[in-house]
Design a protein around this ligand. Structure first.
Ligand SMILES: Cc1cc2nc3c(=O)[nH]c(=O)nc-3n(C[C@H](O)[C@H](O)[C@H](O)COP(=O)(O)O)c2cc1C
Ligand code: SF4
Ligand code: SF4
Length: 249
């Protein structure tokens, strides 16, 4: 069973490719989070979690969701983190979670995809995105072959900096940056409601025709990246940054 969490579509794309190659079921964690209920899944085949990298770790919302979800039958679990280039020491944290849950850790592998962090940085241009996505698809085929054969993903080398990024830097990053106070919609907003529909945490409502953020944000970038008229900004940090959104609705 292939589970994915995705803000702007990279992880969904990789997960869909893996599920198609394996002929396995694709389950959106986004929809599970939106429902807000604890769930149980039964899979005779290995579990595969595909998610973005947030500050050199699996997103906290995904970690929490795994912790609260029941997995029956097959207990082997692979982690595929899409990222802009580095997952640091994310594997150590995924492994620890598996020990807690009694799951069999089969490794964590990265797939480099376009950086989607439009709130705080620019994203690659269309040509660069196309080239990155092509390489990502090749890498995904290689990883799927390992899953198909029941082999673990190979361990990646981890430096002291990787440990620092995934450890203390991750903690600081969440405390300092991961909140929604900076989001606002401009007059360009057409009240289409897409940002509210897409937010995986149901953190946005449309009030008097404009989005309002309610303080429970994981910085997935679905709202700002996916707004069809680019009406959303994150303070002044997102001004002029290219929007990135390849999620299929
Ligand atoms: C809050 C946030 C933190 C991020 N941190 C990292 C990171 O530590 N390392 C990295 O390579 N990319 C990082 N990125 C880039 C995303 O992991 C990457 O673009 C991912 O493929 C997005 O997946 P999605 O489209 O499925 O949401 C970050 C993006 C966001 C929004
Ligand atoms: S997606 Fe954009 S245009 Fe639509 S309601 Fe949200 S801010 Fe407004
Ligand atoms: S408010 Fe926007 S960035 Fe925050 S979780 Fe919802 S869609 Fe993602």
């Amino acid at each position: 069973m292939v589970f994915y969490f995705s803000g702007t579509g990279n992880s969904r794309r990789a997960a869909k490719q893996i599920a198609e190659l394996l002929g396995d079921e694709l389950v959106p964690i986004n929809a599970c989070l939106k429902k807000g209920k604890k769930e149980a899944f039964r899979s005779e085949r290995p579990l595969v979690i595909v998610a973005p990298t947030y500050s050199w770790q699996m997103p906290k919302v995904v970690e929490r969701w795994i912790r609260e979800t029941t997995f029956e039958a097959n207990q082997s679990i692979y982690f595929v983190l899409t990222c802009g280039g580095s997952v640091g020491d994310a594997a150590a944290y995924a492994k620890k979670l598996c020990v807690e849950k009694g799951l069999r850790f089969m490794g964590l592998a990265l797939v480099a995809m376009p950086n989607n962090y439009v709130a705080l940085s620019n994203t690659p241009d269309a040509a660069e995105c196309a080239s990155i996505l092509e390489k990502a698809a090749e890498r995904t085929v290689e990883l799927t072959a390992l899953i198909q054969r029941g082999e673990p993903f190979p361990d990646a080398a981890v430096s002291l900096m990787d440990r620092l990024y995934s450890g203390p830097v991750n903690g600081l990053f969440y405390a300092l940056f991961v909140h929604d106070k900076g989001f606002a919609a401009s007059e360009a907003c057409t009240s289409c409601g897409k940002c509210a529909q897409r937010c995986p945490l149901n953190n946005i409502s449309i009030t008097d025709g404009k989005p309002v953020w309610h303080g429970n944000c994981t910085h997935c970038m679905a709202c700002i990246g996916g707004c069809p008229v680019e009406a959303i900004e994150y303070k002044s940090a997102s001004k002029g940054n290219r929007r990135y959104y390849i999620m299929e609705d």
